[in-house]
Design a protein around this ligand. Structure first.
Ligand code: HEM
Length: 509
């Protein structure tokens, strides 16, 4: 045997020995060794690859199943536990104060330096503080004109579909709308996706591709690193959908989103111009950081809102009672309708006070699940859960859809019931139901864009139901039910989207 063969054999034996020792340690001596869960999950992460990469976003269903078998706390990977308990949510995400995220989760979209993917709390605080002012409630109220301008385009497109008599994929219209709004906010410029034929192709498609590949990037974090190092032209050839993201991230485009000229033309500052003028240290304004942050803000701004609108309109249109009650409330509240600028009669702050519309928005957010992948947090001190003391430093995760389907808190949880939110309702334990509304997350890592998202949801649902008579076309529950978790919820992959026929409009009344 040559010396090379001998060395290889020795390396193999050493590696197998290492695996054996690691397995014994993880099964019997690891701080989580006594926690419930299957042995294979305590030993390695390969099941995560199997469910999320091989089967395509199915780990969430596996976790759900494990809780049925093992109870409310389960060791789901060698170093992480997952918990199913509605009340612990507040303890972990709000009362525990400032906590770290789990670094392992950060590379999934190839933008580790964004506010969402920043694991250490101290750095997150700096990045988040720089963005907060731009998303304050007052700022969104002031910049409502951007949303309304885009909504008017959407309304005109839907009206054209009435004349054509052809069904439209309204979910694509919502995605294009959410995209144009957040692009404008961020860059004072957009790709005018609302005016594209059939709303194709749009940036949303590119972000969907990134979302789907994210489960793979989580398992093999070197993949996005290599891809990021390759020339963008090559990558655009391999996956043409990425091209729109690269165009948006190009430094020239980013910097022009901060230019005085563009701001003056648009009549409003942009997120990027605010970042530059803020007091962030120089390293926080590097090209890479800005690229990562822009990708996150655009992605977060378009995907969730577009999906919530799509799912919400499906449920409203498929429940005659809901549709009737909502339409009556809107007709009473908005007597005027004007073809030239329909959105001029809509005002977010007034719409928010309509109880039934509020209930519809809440239900749309609850059933659209926001982010479906588990939300892991790391604590500096041990966390007590029942008889279990979870060691400090352990990633502890919970999952939004599981709480949204807690039958004690949300009876008949799969049904769209706006009434459950009306009149300051209580949960069975006497707490306000609001406490369990976690659609926008809670605490220091909660949704930055909550005000923008709410403004878009209220204005768009109001416009669609007040001004149009829409009917679902060849669309059913399988087009909204979550079939895959790619960080965001995805229905069956061959869904054609939420399609509607525009039977009538009420814009001349
Ligand atoms: C219906 C619409 C939306 C829903 C349901 C939603 C939900 C959420 C949730 C649950 C989180 C926490 C994620 C986590 O813990 O990992 C989050 C974070 C975030 N969202 Fe939203 N979001 C929506 C719309 C928006 C919009 C329009 C923006 C605009 C830019 C936005 C920007 C962000 C950002 C930047 C974060 C990260 C915050 C941080 O880590 O400090 N979101 N969102």
């Amino acid at each position: 045997m040559s010396s090379l063969h001998t060395s290889l054999a020795a390396a193999l034996v050493a590696w197998l020995f290492y695996l054996l020792v690691l397995t014994v340690y993880r099964l019997f001596f690891h701080p989580l060794a006594r926690f419930p869960g299957p042995a294979y999950a305590a030993v390695s992460r390969w099941h995560e690859w199997y469910y999320d990469v091989y089967l395509g976003g199915k780990l969430i269903f596996w976790i759900e199943h494990l809780h049925k078998v093992y109870g409310p706390i389960v060791r789901i990977t060698p170093d992480e536990v997952h918990i199913l308990d509605a009340d612990l949510w507040e303890t972990l995400y709000t009362k525990a104060g400032r906590v770290d995220k789990y670094q392992y989760m950060s590379p999934r979209f190839g933008n580790e330096n964004s506010v969402l993917t920043t694991a250490p709390d101290a750095l997150h605080r700096i990045r988040r503080n720089a963005l907060n002012p731009f998303f304050s409630r007052q700022r969104i109220v002031d910049l409502q004109t951007i949303i309304k301008g885009k909504l008017d385009i959407l309304i005109r497109k839907v009206q054209t579909a009435k004349t054509n008599g052809q069904p439209i994929v309204i979910s694509r219209g919502f995605q294009a709308f959410a995209e144009d709004v957040i692009m404008n906010y961020t860059f004072a410029h957009d790709y005018d996706s609302l005016n594209k034929q059939d709303w194709k192709p749009i940036l949303h498609d590119s972000f969907q591709a990134v979302s789907i590949s994210g489960n793979m990037a989580l398992q093999f974090p070197w993949i996005p690193k290599i891809l990021n190092a390759l020339p963008k032209k090559w990558l655009a050839k391999i996956e043409p959908l990425y091209d729109l993201i690269f165009r948006m991230q190009a430094i020239k485009a980013l910097k022009s989103g901060m230019s005085d000229e563009r701001i003056a033309k648009a009549g409003h500052t942009t997120i990027l111009s605010e970042l530059l003028r803020g007091d962030l240290p120089a390293e926080e304004l590097s090209n890479l950081r800005l690229q990562d942050e822009a990708q996150l803000i655009i992605g977060a701004g378009l995907a969730t809102t577009g999906w919530t609108l799509s799912l919400g309109i499906y449920y409203i249109l498929s429940n005659p009672n809901v549709l009737h009650t909502l339409r009556k409330e809107l007709n009473d509240a908005i007597p005027e309708a004007n073809l030239r600028s329909p959105s001029q009669h809509l005002d977010w702050t007034k719409l928010e006070r309509l109880p039934y519309l509020m209930g519809c928005v809440r239900e749309a957010v609850r059933l659209s699940y926001s982010t479906t992948s588990r939300n892991a947090r790391i604590f500096k001190t041990p966390i007590q859960f029942g008889d279990w003391s979870i060691p400090a430093g352990t990633p502890i995760s919970m999952t939004i859809p599981f709480l949204n389907h807690n039958e004690e808190i949300f009876p008949n949880s799969y049904a769209f019931v706006p009434e459950r939110w009306i009149g300051n309702p209580k949960a069975p334990n006497g707490s306000s139901l609001e406490r369990y509304f976690v659609g926008f997350g809670k605490g220091s890592r909660s949704c930055l864009g909550i005000n923008l998202a709410q403004a878009e949801l209220y204005l768009t649902f109001a416009a669609m139901i007040r001004y149009f008579d829409l009917e679902l076309f060849d669309t059913d529950k399988t087009d909204v039910d979550m079939a895959h978790d790619f960080f965001l919820p995805f229905p069956k992959l061959d869904s054609k989207g939420i399609r509607v026929l525009v039977k009538d409009d009420k814009l001349y009344q």
